[in-house]
Design a protein around this ligand. Structure first.
Ligand SMILES: *[C@@H]1O[C@H](CO)[C@@H](O)[C@H](O)[C@H]1NC(C)=O
Ligand SMILES: *[C@@H]1O[C@H](CO)[C@@H](O)[C@H](O)[C@H]1NC(C)=O
Ligand SMILES: *[C@@H]1O[C@H](CO)[C@@H](O)[C@H](O)[C@H]1NC(C)=O
Length: 147
């Protein structure tokens, strides 16, 4: 019985995690990213609605700041994208308070508008979170399609 319960809990808590793109290079990846309503990329987002996401991560160094920077690309082109004000200060959107210690697991929740020039094109949204001294904490990218 306990085993079944544990398996169920694991199944439920991992059901929505999505495989996102890594940013490569020196960038650390988050532990888990969840985008409600999307199990596999590209995530379909109705025009004029925001994309919600949850990211679980653990900084590899202590930090008292979390600066969130969102950028959008279409193929090789950078789209003009302004990180929404409510997202910029990551410390406001985590389930803990800054400063964070090394390895502290926190979840950041946010919503970001998706801006695409056309429906049915896939846009890559890149989320970077930087800590003190502009050191990168984590980075990931998700493909979304406006429908
Ligand atoms: C956000 O990231 C982009 C691409 O890496 C960079 O060009 C831009 O300067 C960054 N903006 C901020 C406010 O850090
Ligand atoms: C999204 O909706 C707005 C308002 O209805 C419209 O002006 C815009 O062209 C639409 N965007 C896309 C990508 O279809
Ligand atoms: C959207 O794109 C897919 C594949 O690129 C295509 O099969 C489909 O017909 C397109 N739908 C619309 C409404 O343009």
């Amino acid at each position: 019985m306990k085993v079944i319960l544990c398996l169920l809990v694991i199944a439920v808590t991992t059901a929505q995690a999505i495989d996102v793109h890594q940013c490569g290079g020196e960038f650390q990846s988050p532990i888990r990213v969840t985008i409600p309503g999307c199990d596999v990329m590209p995530c379909e987002i109705p025009n004029q609605t925001d994309m919600s996401f949850e990211v679980l991560f653990a900084p590899s160094f202590p930090t008292s700041t979390l600066a969130v920077n969102v950028t959008a690309t279409l193929g090789d082109f950078n789209l003009p994208y302004e990180t929404p004000d409510h997202l910029r200060n990551g410390c406001d959107n985590i389930d803990a308070s800054c400063p964070l210690v090394t390895g502290q697991e926190v979840t950041l929740k946010g919503t970001a508008p998706v801006e695409a020039p056309l429906t049915n094109v896939t846009v890559r949204m890149r989320f970077e979170i930087d800590g003190d001294d502009d050191r990168s904490v984590i980075c990931f990218a998700a493909d979304v399609r406006l429908v």
